[in-house]
Design a protein around this ligand. Structure first.
Ligand code: ATP
Length: 139
């Protein structure tokens, strides 16, 4: 079973972390906000309070053991970029990063993010497809 780390436990990150855990995956959840960590503690394998810009803290949390890291830090673009870079440099094979806009996505691609997601945009497309296919009542 794959091991995951989710960094940033806002609406998107916490949803990814709990969904993975419910599917039986090992999930390491990290946030700098103690309340966010406490709220998810019972749902995931490990929940740790740390500023993810702190490379030593990430190492101590065991980030190098995960197969996939999801960087779900939102508003703070600088932190999002730094953390993506650090996690990639620590050797995590697959890093998924949340982008706020196209320019941010370009930077993430240049520093080695393996997959870039735009949660609101991607979800909008999915909803539109479902609506256009007329399947909306089937779910
Ligand atoms: P969402 O839309 O998913 O709710 P958002 O775009 O509002 O997210 P933020 O709330 O800015 O994003 O960030 C998501 C989470 O990332 C927050 O819980 C915040 O505490 C956490 N976070 C921000 N910076 C760091 C950091 N340097 N280290 C760890 N966690 C961080």
């Amino acid at each position: 079973m794959k091991q995951f780390a989710v960094i940033g436990l806002g609406r998107f990150g916490s949803s990814v972390a709990t969904a993975l855990a419910r599917m039986g995956c090992q999930v390491l959840a990290i946030d700098s906000d103690a309340e966010k960590v406490e709220a998810i503690m019972d749902e995931v394998t490990h929940a740790i309070q740390a500023d993810a810009r702190d490379e030593e803290a990430l190492k101590a949390a065991g980030i190098r053991n995960v197969d996939v890291a999801i960087v779900a830090i939102g508003e703070n673009v600088e932190a999002n970029i730094l953390v993506t870079l650090i996690v990639k440099e620590l050797g995590v094979k697959c890093v998924v990063a949340k982008a706020l806009n196209d320019l941010h996505a370009k930077v993430l691609a240049k520093i080695g993010a393996d997959k870039i997601v735009f949660p609101e945009r991607d979800m909008g497309v999915r909803v539109a497809r479902t609506l256009a296919a007329g399947n909306v009542l089937e779910h």
